[in-house]
Design a protein around this ligand. Structure first.
Ligand code: ZN
Length: 366
């Protein structure tokens, strides 16, 4: 069964896709009725329609596919690899003969799916030391740097990430300094506490209340304060100076390697590129795709061709292919998102310089 064909669950729809349907209270008693077909250009062309006997909502076999509503469903799988193969959106668009907006749209779809995919599988209590680091990149130009904060286990499993906007710092010419002032007067200045708040959110999300954890990090000033702010956990915070040799015996090796891989695979994170993310939100969607690839698809070591981190950690039994990752649509209302994850899923991570950026408006499309 291909990633784009319908019914990953078998021959029948597994539940009513409407989030507010009363049938969710008693899934065993749920009934539906077939209601003809509709035809589309992509294969399979004939799509079975259904009606829920409980709430009367219409849906189809496509409702349960990751490629619902897409005119070019066959692009999802190659896009997954192109986005990790350092291609820029317009280069991908040229290869497939579509507009860059189509590529953008489908990358967003993949990103949302990967966020849910990882949340469904992620161990709720990490049993290994975690390494924390901020991956420095930028959105919409050099005046708007931000960190992708990563929490990675010694197994190289990426437990989670989030983002924190930063003020442009470092050496600037007088003209650049004036431009920064102009931009900050117009769009506002990134809050100095953004990193602290983001780290507290990330650690609080990954380390549950009552749990013990060891977190290794560099000597970033915001980290100890942020970690102390996470209450009701016993967290042992160990700092390693960033001058320490970046070898496999460094406690930060896993997160250093993750940083390297992020920059190596994503065109948006290259130095001196014009393919940088125009919005932080999109970098997050791409980060989610990268995380699923890193955890469930890619070997820990490319040279040894060994199992991915999630297999070594016992989260899944064997390496996943992209077809398996994309086999079934995941619904946000079944995932109990909240906080940063929910904002990220629905495209609500703001970009200062693009205040009217579009979010994911169709909240629970069926
Ligand atoms: Zn229903």
């Amino acid at each position: 069964m291909s990633a784009t064909s319908s019914f990953p669950f078998g021959r029948r729809p597994p539940f009513c896709p409407a989030p507010d349907c009363d049938s969710h209270a008693d899934p065993g008693a749920w009934r539906f009725k077939k209601k003809g077909f509709f035809f589309r250009k992509a294969t399979p062309q004939r799509i079975q329609r259904y009606i829920c006997r409980c709430c009367g909502r219409n849906f189809s076999s496509q409702t349960f596919s990751v490629s619902y509503w897409l005119r070019r469903p066959e692009l999802l799988r190659p896009l997954f690899f192109r986005i990790l193969g350092c291609s820029a959106l317009r280069q991908i668009a040229a290869e497939f003969g579509v507009s860059h907006a189509t590529v953008q749209h489908q990358v967003e779809r993949l990103g949302r799916h990967c966020l849910l995919y990882h949340e469904a599988l992620r161990p709720r209590t990490p049993t290994e030391p975690l390494a924390l680091d901020g991956f420095r990149t930028l959105e919409s130009g050099h005046y708007w740097p931000f960190d992708l904060n990563l929490l990675v286990g010694r197994s190289h499993y990426v437990y989670g990430f989030n983002e924190a906007e930063l003020r442009r710092s470092g050496t600037m010419r007088p003209g650049q300094r004036r431009k920064r002032e102009r931009l900050e007067a117009r769009f506002g200045r990134p809050p100095p506490q953004a990193t602290r708040a983001a780290i507290a959110e990330l650690v609080g999300r990954i380390v549950p209340e009552g749990a013990d954890a060891e977190i290794d990090s560099d000597a970033h000033r915001a980290y100890p304060v942020a970690i102390r702010a996470v209450r009701n956990r016993r967290i042992h915070h160990v700092t390693t100076p960033s001058t320490a040799a970046r070898t496999a015996s460094n406690p930060l090796f896993a997160v250093n390697l993750a940083d390297l891989l992020l920059r190596h695979t994503g065109a948006n994170h290259k130095r001196e590129t014009i393919a940088f993310s125009k919005r932080r939100q999109n970098a997050c969607y791409r980060g989610a795709i990268w995380g699923v690839w890193r955890n469930y698809i890619k070997s820990v070591s490319e040279r040894r061709r060994d199992a991915p981190p999630a297999v070594k950690l016992g989260v899944i039994a064997r390496r996943q292919g992209v077809e398996e990752v994309l086999r079934e649509r995941l619904f946000p209302w079944r995932a109990e998102l909240g906080g940063w994850l929910e904002r990220c899923y629905f495209g609500r991570i703001p970009t200062r310089s693009i205040p009217n950026g579009r979010g994911h408006t169709r909240r629970y499309a069926i």
